[in-house]
Design a binder for this molecule. Structure first.
Ligand SMILES: [Mn+2]
Length: 262
């Protein structure tokens, strides 16, 4: 578990929007990402956009920036950032190689482990991708530690481009196959882990993605406290958008209608 005291703190103002799990294919045969680009156009005037991980279905490092499908998305993010909307992007388990060169090109800030948000007059809220809570899947957690270890994070951007793209293609195939079957209990997010994170971060609300399916329910935190646990639908689902309203109110809605900027 990441030391929650080291997570960055961000003030999320009224009008801030949060989405997750777009899984855009920005590989050599990647598409237009049209729904996402249209959503970005609707967001003009909003103070901030948070993307809670897995924006891309695979990101191999800076070499990805050379591909046309990636350039389209990065340029659209840049245009939104230049218009005054701040962009905060959390690593998912599929795009954890997003780094400084992506930040420089897109105008987004990347937060590898999530962040703690302070809402106007509202609750301290923890924003993470959500794979942290799959604590019974020990094979996955072990792999995650290796994949995000310093030597591998150093080596990944230095792989020959053709090799890296091959890896990305195979990752994508594995992901499409994995989405077709409902994960077993041990691969799912564990309520107890959500409660522990909420308590450790001193947050009364936890927002994440990763499971691709809406949840909005109470969880027990150690010490008898309760927290609210929200999982957003994957982008394109009915409840794929969280908006911060007046006085830090959390509103769930659809990316098809993001509502007014404040
Ligand atoms: Mn994920």
């Amino acid at each position: 578990m990441t030391a929650t005291s080291e997570l960055p703190r961000i003030h999320l103002e009224a009008g801030a929007c949060v989405i997750a799990d777009l899984h855009l294919d920005v590989g050599p045969s990647g598409g237009e990402s049209r729904e996402f680009l249209e959503f970005l156009a609707r967001l003009r005037g909003h103070p901030r956009l948070v993307i809670l991980g897995d924006l891309f279905d695979a990101w191999i490092g800076p070499a990805q920036l050379e591909l046309a499908a990636a350039q389209r998305v990065v340029a659209a993010l840049r245009a939104l950032a230049d218009s005054g909307t701040r962009l905060e992007i959390v690593h998912g388990n599929r795009d954890f190689l997003l780094e400084q060169r992506f930040e420089a090109a897109s105008g987004a800030r990347v937060h590898p482990h999530g962040f703690v948000a302070e809402l106007d007059g509202g609750a301290r809220t923890l924003f993470v991708h959500g794979d942290e809570f799959c604590t019974l899947d020990s094979g996955y957690q072990r792999l995650k530690r290796v994949l995000r270890s310093r030597p591998l994070l150093w080596a990944a951007p230095r792989l020959p481009r053709s090799l890296a793209l091959g890896v990305a293609r195979r990752l994508r195939k594995a992901s499409v196959n994995a989405l077709a079957v409902k994960p077993s209990e041990e691969k799912q997010q564990q309520r107890a882990a959500v409660g522990q994170w909420a308590a450790a971060a001193q947050c009364s609300v936890v927002v994440c993605g990763h499971a691709h399916e809406l949840r909005d329910e109470p969880v027990a935190a150690p010490g008898g406290a309760q927290a609210r646990w929200i999982v957003l639908d994957a982008f394109g689902g009915r409840h794929d958008l969280l908006t911060v309203g007046k006085n830090g109110r959390i509103e769930l809605g659809s990316s098809a209608a993001p509502g007014p900027a404040t």
